[in-house]
Design a protein around this ligand. Structure first.
Ligand SMILES: [Ca+2]
Ligand SMILES: [Ca+2]
Ligand SMILES: [Ca+2]
Length: 292
């Protein structure tokens, strides 16, 4: 009986890992100290042992890797040295590396939207909080949104930081959107540039550079960029995505007017939107946006 079992076991082992199993070192099932004893020609892998029907960390000659890879084993030696290893059934290391041959791709990488590469390994190239040129994606338009286009990706991108100084809204005592002027100033999503243009062309500022102007002259990396003050609804989308976008604190101006003396602001602490006096400046933050 014993004579019969041994050949069967040998066949099972060969089926599981073919010839390279002979190159393996004794396995350390804790996986704790294997890397330490590995040499340049040895690597740790998460290996499926067909006999035990279990995944386990083993140390192999790197020359045997191709055969292991062919039946679904996972390298654990962090090939690109970025601190992450691919997902593996051994639960080994900092998992989540979706490209272990590129140190710029791992779960801690910043997403660069629109380049066709999923830098941070979450399954998508376009995401709120990702970089878009010098700005940051703040919201992606959804079906039903005014600027939504089926089959295309559009949204709001914002300056990655608040303007260094706060300011007034401008037009104190003057209602742009009221009779008899009826200048279009909207609260709706996607109206930041129309609002900003109308405020800029119609307000008398009295020597103070107001919020809308600060958004039109944003310096990023020593270059001047042209952004707009978000509308009330734009600002709320930013509030909802504030954690992914980052860097918000306090109360923010919108470009939406309430009446002669008030414009809409939103607290990024509790999300409330309320009218603030147009001439107030202290503690009011400003974050420019554009639509892509
Ligand atoms: Ca890696
Ligand atoms: Ca990308
Ligand atoms: Ca991503």
């Amino acid at each position: 009986m014993r004579k019969f079992l041994l050949p069967v076991l040998a066949v099972l082992l060969l089926t599981a890992c073919q010839k390279e199993t002979v190159t393996e070192q004794p396995q350390d099932e804790t996986g704790a100290s294997i890397a330490a004893r590995g040499s340049a020609s040895k690597i740790d892998i998460c290996h499926y042992d067909a006999k035990k029907k279990a995944w386990m960390v083993i140390n192999i000659n790197v020359a045997a890797w191709a055969d292991h890879k062919a039946h679904g084993d996972v390298r654990l030696d962090d090939e690109d040295g970025d601190g992450y290893v691919p997902n593996n059934n051994c639960g080994y290391g900092q998992m989540g590396d979706c490209n272990d041959n590129n140190a710029a791709i791992n779960p801690s990488a910043r997403e660069i939207c629109g380049n066709g590469i999923d830098e941070n390994c979450n399954g998508t190239d376009w995401e709120v909080g990702g970089d878009l040129g010098v700005s940051r994606v703040a919201y992606i338009f959804q079906p039903g949104d005014p600027r939504y286009v089926a089959g295309e990706i559009h949204g709001i991108a914002c300056v990655p930081f608040d303007q260094p100084t706060s300011s007034t809204w401008g037009c104190m005592g003057f209602c742009l959107s009221c009779a008899p002027y009826y200048i279009p100033i909207s609260t709706a999503l996607g109206t930041a540039f129309d609002n900003s243009t109308n405020i800029q062309s119609s307000c008398f500022y009295g020597g103070i550079i107001p919020a809308v102007y600060l958004c039109r002259n944003v310096v990023i990396n020593n270059t001047l960029y042209y952004f707009a003050l978000p509308s009330k609804d734009d600002l709320n989308k930013m509030y909802l995505n504030r954690k992914a976008i980052g860097g918000f604190s306090g109360v923010y101006w919108s470009s939406s007017e309430v009446d002669a003396n008030h414009a809409w602001v939103q607290s990024f602490e509790d999300g409330t939107q309320y009218p603030a006096t147009k001439s107030s400046a202290a503690a009011l933050s400003i974050r420019g946006i554009y639509y892509f």
